[in-house]
Design a protein around this ligand. Structure first.
Ligand SMILES: [Zn+2]
Length: 219
């Protein structure tokens, strides 16, 4: 499955769906993240958010694409939609993750609006929360018990934001995963609002009949 996650700034995607993306990677899915700005405004002296994002992407095992917009001024119209459209087409995206639409940050709202337009033909669109989301009402819960530690490790790559006290609070993120898990009747979860979700119940490739026959023959 080809997966695209779109975030406004470095660290947004990791915060919102990092553990879920790790589950995709573990399944063998092809995962790309598109970061609309280089997060210049949240810069801490001497630390490159650009480099931190590259480091986080390699820890997640995903491809990284930059949108090239200015921090604080992400547009929601044709300019942004065409950038996302291009990545959707390039990677043949089948599922798209992006920000929840209700958020106090203008870049997050604009990224959500543009992403929903660019995802108009995709069967699955899921919207994640960040610390500035408002009135988030999830209906989809992904079990992330096996990938939460690696999500926290990827977030540590955003050292400038961990040090700023606030934007990336690893203790709060772990507690949030436990709370979303509680809501979802599992232990740890990332939660999503779901404009569309095509639920694929086909047999995973690892368990396809040919493989099972091979196992039976040798066992
Ligand atoms: Zn952000």
């Amino acid at each position: 499955m080809n997966v695209l996650a779109v975030g406004a700034h470095p660290d947004d995607v990791e915060l919102g769906c990092g553990a879920t993306l790790l589950r995709h990677v573990a399944r063998g899915d092809d995962v790309t993240i598109l970061v609309m700005t280089a997060g210049q405004r949240g810069q801490v002296e001497g630390m490159s958010r650009h480099r931190e994002q590259e480091d986080a992407a390699s820890r997640l095992g995903v491809r990284l694409v930059w949108g090239g917009f200015e921090d604080g001024s992400v547009p929601e119209g044709p300019e942004a939609i065409s950038v996302i459209d291009r990545v959707v087409a390039d990677i043949h995206a089948e599922v798209l993750y992006t920000h929840a639409s209700r958020d106090t940050h203008q870049d997050h709202r604009a990224t959500a609006t543009a992403s929903l337009a660019a995802a108009r033909r995709l069967p699955s669109v899921l919207q994640f929360e960040t610390p500035s989301s408002q009135g988030f009402e999830p209906t989809v819960y992904v079990d992330v018990a096996d990938s939460l530690e690696d999500k926290l490790a990827a977030l540590r790559a955003h050292l400038s934001q961990v040090l700023r006290v606030g934007p990336v609070d690893l203790e709060a993120i772990e507690a949030q995963a436990r709370f979303r898990g509680f809501q979802g009747r599992i232990r740890y979860a990332e939660a999503f609002e779901a404009p569309r979700l095509a639920w694929d119940l086909s047999t995973p490739e690892a368990l396809a009949p040919v493989t099972r026959l091979a196992v039976a023959a040798t066992g």
